[in-house]
Ligand binder design. Structure first.
Ligand code: FMN
Length: 171
């Protein structure tokens, strides 16, 4: 099997992150993978914000937890967070950001870094406490976040078993 297929078939969502950091060099590679994702009509309206200080990510996780009524929400204690955002009026912004996220997840897998999609900002970006933090990280007021990439290294290297059950027909 070629390396790309192997990366796709072995990627899994990590939810038990260790304390080990993700290096700046690795994060730059992940962003490179993200910006090479396809975008509708090549508009490239997405933006990527990377948080590496644990206290910053914890602050965001706490604000999310408070907004959603999920006390103790901690985004799995990940080491780094990539926040793709997009112009709320961009017709395909959500699709573009999803393509970028998958590129990030696959690139992370190829580098031996664990990742998981974090969906909790979706729909709450304009809650005052959340928007204040997004603004702190220079995310434009007209941008929304659909999904984020939590990153780090798996403590156990173990993943729950998942069957792939999609229906497929090839004619
Ligand atoms: C749109 C979307 C939203 C997701 N949101 C979350 C989330 O908020 N938290 C989480 O732990 N996993 C989230 N996931 C990850 C899925 O639960 C995971 O991909 C699925 O269970 C299959 O497992 P695998 O990634 O290990 O193959 C999300 C995935 C997608 C595509």
């Amino acid at each position: 099997m070629n390396e790309t297929m192997n990366t796709i078939l072995t990627r899994r969502s990590t939810r038990d992150f260790s304390d080990k950091a993700v290096s700046r060099e690795e994060l730059e590679l992940l962003i490179k993978a993200a910006v090479h994702a396809p975008t509708a009509m090549n508009r490239q309206t997405f933006r990527f914000t990377v948080l590496t200080r644990r206290e910053d990510i914890d602050e965001l996780a706490q604000a999310i937890g408070k907004t959603l009524g999920r006390e103790g929400y901690d985004m799995y204690k990940r080491a780094a967070l990539i926040i793709p955002s997009n112009d709320r009026d961009s017709l395909y912004g959500r699709d573009d950001n999803a393509c970028a996220l998958e590129n990030i997840f696959l690139a992370a897998q190829s580098l031996g870094i664990g990742s998981v999609w974090i969906n909790q900002l979706h729909g709450i970006c304009n809650e005052p406490e959340i928007r204040k933090l997004l603004t702190k990280y220079e995310i434009p007021e007209n941008h929304v976040v659909y999904g984020m990439a939590a990153l780090g290294h798996s403590k156990s290297g173990e993943y729950r078993k998942i069957e792939r059950t999609a229906q497929v027909k090839i004619f």
